[in-house]
Each structure stands twice: as structure tokens, then as C-alpha cells.
Design a protein around this ligand. Sequence first.
Ligand SMILES: Cc1cc2nc3c(=O)[nH]c(=O)nc-3n(C[C@H](O)[C@H](O)[C@H](O)COP(=O)(O)O)c2cc1C
Ligand code: SF4
Ligand code: SF4
Length: 444
Amino acid sequence: MADLSTTFVGIKTPNPFWLASAPPTDKAYNVVRAFEAGWGGVVWKTLGEDPAVVNVSGPRYTTLLSHDRRVMGFNNIELITDRPLDLNLREITQVKRDWPDRAMVVSLMVPCNEASWKRILPMVEDTGADGIELNFGCPHGMSERGMGAAVGQVPEYIQMVTEWCKHYSRMPVIVKLTPNITDIRQPAMAAVRGGADAVSLINTINSIMGVDPYSLTMVPSTGGMGSHGGYCGPAVKPIALNMVAEIARTAETAGIPISGIGGVGTWRDALDFIALGAGTVQVCTAAMVHGFKIVQDMADGLGNYMDEMGFTSVDQIVGRAVPTVTDWKFLNLNHVSKAVIDQDKCIECGRCHVVCEDTSHQAITAKKDGVRHFEVKEEECVGCNLCVSVCPVEGAINLRSLMPGELDLRTGEPVKAEPLNWTAHPNNPMAEVNQRATSEAAPA
Ligand SMILES: Cc1cc2nc3c(=O)[nH]c(=O)nc-3n(C[C@H](O)[C@H](O)[C@H](O)COP(=O)(O)O)c2cc1C
Ligand code: SF4
Ligand code: SF4
């Protein structure tokens, strides 16, 4: 089977699957069980200064469930480790000694002053850990104290703390970014300017899970009062993927190693992150929901995929999809797709008709010759993909790309072979200016 071992910021790891800094990596007992199950590395639950923080003794976690009770989203109001610093450091030292081939990265969050960072860094270095991850992401509790997301939302602070860490430590520095910002490129650039060896993302997203309908109090509540938490799990994966891809395709940040986090639970999730630029992936919710053994399926799945595709190392996949990500304005507006229903697979549930009729382009029939029948009216279909997205039968509806020259029944025009994007489109008032700029910039 394919070799899954990889090296990330100089840290060798037998596979790219790491546990993210969170309850699964809170103590030696868990981490040893994780390594026994096959995880390639861990980011130890965030350490802070003594005296340790205090967590609520009440519901810290809440889930958003699908109708079949699968966890789609996961909310928490937990803080960083609530165990003494010295205990954590001793356990990290021992576990790293016992498991030298696994990646041991230590997550850190101390007050935003040089003395605090200068004090803790040598202590972590003495454990033999392979690297540190700076937690600039926790959106609740710690951020109110000027740490976590409060640092991650200010690029100048990110740069400053990263510089301190590079100055006072020899360990590789991974900067963990918060998604609770408008433009992920800004903090990522600050991390690069500060000398970070890598970035990891995402941490959790600000969230409130809901309200109890009878007491009309926010849930979860601690004695009747609630506070916003951090959201993660499968629901956040698309948000995380976009942020990873933004960093991978932006000139100022392209090339910085990325550890992808957010909703990873299967090898397919991991592949999405890797192909969009991540060298490793980190997992929290899926391990908390299903246990550590999921890593075995993840490793088998990725290995089988690599064998099938002829990849011999994970590095060969890293960033392969990045060149396919672009800005909307560069999409080909001459491309035409149409939905097509496979009548052999269709179970005639009618869902595609309802959604297209009510909210899209009235492009699917409900009847033919007085009998229930679902068929795409190509003269109306704009290829929006809504019907494909809601159909309960895989493969019953697909989108088909029209070939150049083929008649588009909606416009009555043949599909043009030459691509045309918005920058040059005649409906764009700026098109001429754009074209002039392009032709002036072109070599003679
Ligand atoms: C209960 C819980 C506690 C967490 N604690 C930390 C933490 O101490 N430090 C940190 O950097 N991230 C922490 N996280 C965030 C995770 O490391 C991770 O970034 C996030 O959960 C997204 O990954 P996921 O979708 O696989 O859960 C925590 C997440 C959860 C659910
Ligand atoms: S949603 Fe799918 S299965 Fe249902 S009628 Fe449409 S094509 Fe057939
Ligand atoms: S692709 Fe969109 S417009 Fe076409 S049939 Fe499906 S829902 Fe209707």
C-alpha cells in the first residue's frame, strides 16, 4: 500500500492524520490510546500559565443533529487545559519519549506579553516536543481575557507573538488561525511576516446553538445563562476549505505549509484539505463523536486512493487542486450545463420538480400524457444544480456539459468554443477598460 508518511515543517509523521488540540489530546492517557490506534501525531491540548483555568461544571458541548441523529455541528464552551502546567509538561515529555516516531506538537496560549512567552517556551522545548502551535483562535472565554481569538483578530499581534516565539525557541512555530475574521489572508500574511513555519486552520466559529422553547432560555445554559461557544464538525468543513485555499493561492502566503482543520472525519475530507494545500490534517469532533479508531479507515482509504491514482507520496497530492480555484470573475460565462434525468434510476418522488418549480427556473415536468413523469425542459434549464443537490437517488439527475457548437435551447444559440469571462463580457461596463489594460500589459 502507498506510503502515507510525510514531513511537515521538518516534523516526521507516519501519516498526515493528527489529532487537533482539544479534549482528545488533553492528557497522556488519551494521547497514548490515540497513538495505539494509529494517529500520526497530536497537537496537545492548549497549555496556559498557572494557576490553571476553571471550566464550567455543566454542559460544555452541544450538537446540531441531522434527522437521523448524525452530528453535523458541534459547539463547545470549554477553555484551554484546566490541569496544572507542570503535570502536562511531564506527561508530554514521557509520551514523546515513548512514541518518538509520532508528531508531538504543543499548543500554547499565554498573555500577550513578551515575558510570558519567554517564560513558557523553554519549558516546552525541554519536553522534547517537535513543535508548537500558537492558539490564536479560541473564540470564547479566553478571548475575553485578551488571548485566543483576541490575538488572532489583530494581525499586528499575530506577527509580534510569532516573532517572540521564533526568537525564544528553536522549535517550528505553527500559527493556528481563527475563522472569526473577514479575510483570512490578513492574519495568514501576518503569520508569514512574523516568521511562522506553518499555519493551521480553522479554530472554532462563534456560535449560539438555540433556545429552549419552554423556558425560553439560551441552550446550553449554565444555571439558566448561556454564552456563545465555538462551532466545529462536518458543518464547518466548507468554510475551512475556502480559507485553506485562499491561503494556498494568495501570492504572499502561497507555499507556507498548512495544517488543515475543520470537519475532517474521513479520508475523503482529508483529501479535500490536502488537494487544496494542506500538508497534514487535524481532527477533533470526529474523534470525539466516534472514538480514535476512525484513523484506521482514514489511513486505509487514503492509501487505497493513492494506489488507485498512482500517487506514491502524500506530497504529490498537496495543493493539486489549488490552480482550479479562481475568482468568480474569471469563470467561463460561455460554458453551458443542463440537467438530465436518468429515467431508469428516477423513483418519481417529484422533489426536483417542486424545487425547480418553486425556486428555480420551472424546468422540470411533473406529468407527461397525464401520467407522473419527470423530465428536464432544456429550453428553461440554466444548469443551476439545485435538482441534483436535492434528489434522494444518487445519479438519478446529473448535469451534462454542452459541447461547443451544440444548440442551447434556452438561448437558441450554439455554445461558443471561446471562453468569455466577466472581465471581458459586453455587459460589464468595465470590460473595455479591462481589455485595454490586458492588451497594453501583453508583450509586443
Ligand atoms: C471541546 C473542544 C475543545 C477545544 N479546545 C481547543 C484548545 O484547547 N485549543 C485549540 O487550539 N483548539 C481547541 N479546539 C478546536 C479544535 O482544535 C479544532 O480547531 C476545531 O474543533 C475544528 O476541528 P473539528 O471540526 O475536527 O472539530 C477545541 C474544540 C472542541 C470541540
Ligand atoms: S428528485 Fe430524483 S428521484 Fe425524485 S423525481 Fe427527481 S430525478 Fe426522480
Ligand atoms: S439545473 Fe436548475 S434550472 Fe435546471 S432543472 Fe435543475 S433546478 Fe431546474
